[in-house]
Design a protein around this ligand. Sequence first.
Ligand code: PHE
Ligand code: FE
Length: 290
Amino acid sequence: MTEETHVLDSPPPGAATDWTVAQDWSHYTAEEHATWDTLFQRQRALLPGRAADAYLRGLEVLNLSKPGIPDFEELSERLMKLTGWQVVAVPGLVPDEVFFDHMANRRFVAGNFIRRPDQLDYIQEPDVFHDVFGHVPMLADPVFADYLEAYGRGGQRALELGALKQLGRLYWYTVEFGLIDEGDGLRIYGSGIVSSAAETRFALESDSPHRIAFDLKRVMRTDYRIDDFQQNYFVIPGFDALLRATVETDFAPLYGEILAQPDVPVATILPEDEVITRGSQAHAGGAAEA
Ligand code: PHE
Ligand code: FE
């Protein structure tokens, strides 16, 4: 889901030096393919009118020649023609520099395992449904495809500048949990939302979370939670505006500024925020406080 944590320092046995493994499509069981199909049908019914146009257009790329979990080879071939991206399998979370190197070279790393049938609604570690259904449609969009490649290079730079945590928050609040204002209402484009039936509804329809206009420095100062629905979402006015604020902006001086400022805890509203909806925060805590 994010590049934040990793367990191993070197590729596990069977993995290449770049940490990739064979997807081994023929080894998935019928039950595993059925899990994919169930999740896919559920989200496909829920997302029209809720997901961003770019995401809905991109979903088409997942209509492959066979049902079930996508075969990364066929998927990569299709994606390559559209935006030059590929999907490569990795055994789990990989080190930051490996993640960024793949991304800077238009390779999206995806877990190849799928959640168990009793985990349809929630899983903390990203599986193939999150990684492929959540992320790949946006990679079929030329503008977002450029954003993610630039993010990979930005990651390499953030490592050198000691600002990985700050840059990681940008990923979290855009790529994973971003909302966009498409004029006729808010839509979701973040992979963590579009791959979750419950958070799809929560992010758009709940009175609980704050929805705040995207501001780059604000986002890079803001903590996030990994164990429950988000308590604040950030709304971009469009992908062009996101690219202007990120790809076309030199982050080095910004890192200097924000590293000198305090972090912003989740669910905080700052005086300078442009608040779109102020949440009740009725659903705050959840898993963490249960
Ligand atoms: N422009 C950023 C920098 O100077 C890199 C970046 C690009 C970050 C795109 C995020 C997304 O470091
Ligand atoms: Fe993710």
